[in-house]
Design a binder for this molecule. Sequence first.
Ligand SMILES: Nc1ncnc2c1ncn2[C@@H]1O[C@H](COP(=O)(O)OP(=O)(O)OP(=O)(O)O)[C@@H](O)[C@H]1O
Ligand SMILES: [Mg+2]
Length: 501
Amino acid sequence: MLVAEKIGKRFAGVVALNEVSMELPPAKVTAIIGENGAGKSTLMKILSGVYPEYEGRILLDGKEVRFSNPKEAQEKGIAIIHQELNLIPDLSITENIFLGREITNGWDMLDKKSMRQKTQELLNRLKLEVSPDTLIRDLKVGQQQVVEIAKALLTDSQVIIMDEPTSAISDHEVEVLFSIIENLRNDGKTIVYISHKLDELFRIADRYVVLRDGQVTESGSMEGVNHDAIIKKMVGREIKALDREQRKFGEREILQVQNLCLELNNGGRQKALDKVSFSLRQGEILGIFGLMGAGRTELLECILGIHPAGCSGNILVNGEVVKLRSPQEAIKSGIVLVPEDRKKDGLVLGLDVKTNISLSTIRRILQSGFLNRNRETKLAEEYTQSLRIKTPSPNQQVKNLSGGNQQKVVLARCLATNPKVLMLDEPTRGIDANAKNEIYKLILELSQSGLGIIVVSSELPEILAVSDRILVMSEGKITAEFSAEEANEDNILKAAIPKTI
Ligand SMILES: Nc1ncnc2c1ncn2[C@@H]1O[C@H](COP(=O)(O)OP(=O)(O)OP(=O)(O)O)[C@@H](O)[C@H]1O
Ligand SMILES: [Mg+2]
């Protein structure tokens, strides 16, 4: 259906794709697998008209095509769900879905009624129970991702490309998406599926193509392929399991949280956090698990001083009470947060690597009140080396780095503040299996240097892999605590399920 022939693409200083050829057959789901930065999204952007300039040829149904923009690709039947959300926050769901392809009536006036109705049908199909008139900014990230999926399903496309469509949605929504993908496949559509969640690939993909450093290294049927084999194909070698033996940590409690409460703006009917108390020792890694809405992110945000108004309770650093009214104060007290959404809250995407790294610790690079660019570059070099950040130079804009390397830049920015307590919210979202392992190793290494670390994650295997101790949250409360030895998927999940439903 769709054939790529010797596709090449370069960005300043980077060869993203080098003579990539692949065939994408109809009535099949083809998984494109590869590490962060392998070139998956770049290839998909070329196939869908986002990058009109490239080397090589694309054949659609046997005929060569050359798209100068995404609209042309769309008209020829190629739809894409982008990795990054491309929605306009201040427009409604309907307006976003029909943007650039509005339905008009005989007098060239917008036919709002039909557009709204079509949107409603799509939302029903995707089981998203919100009004088509809802503004995008009032939706949760997961719901926005569903709208992004709806956008791709609007036209009856022959080829549907999905670039990490499930990075922000919950299991239930994944099920709905998968049943839609199955229907599309039965209708003979060509589906391309990219995801770092390998389990999804085993469930939905028929074939795989491996991209490594901008080249196709292998392709074949998913049948008989297992988890380890996929990773080996991606990385080119086996990755060693984590070494967690001989964990030592100090007795000193570096962080104490006492009776932390957070009121929501709903008349105090339900608390986002309800008397949360725990402590963290020097060098300890504390995992916090919970389902969506359990209050994990709110907990970290409160500790960082983001909600000073609604928040009550005590926070002690090294035994001393601190009053945290802003993230600046938290950073001064030695607490930092690697936020859940690195693009929105963790980085300034349009700035370069060095500026992002120094951003929370400008003081360290000041000289007589002026920024010293040399010091800034040196600071950046120090961290790009120690965290093994892959970037052509400290002057590269962060938005051009792959997901895993962007995440490391956030980590570098946080570490540059010399923290005592490092909080990580979903530290490996959208990160490939190998880079994940690297981040786990870094977390372990950092804890050995005496840092207290809190890891919040909705991935059980992740929590089990890194934590010395695990807290489980549900409905704003801590419902269980396990040592690494006691914890297993069963007892953690039991404690995470809300009692009120
Ligand atoms: N606009 C750009 N300018 C410069 N370099 C870029 C640009 N877009 C991508 N790159 C580089 O091209 C390479 C391939 O990136 P791409 O986004 O295609 O990777 P990916 O396989 O989709 O990774 P991920 O799994 O993290 O999404 C990377 O080295 C990236 O840094
Ligand atoms: Mg990508």
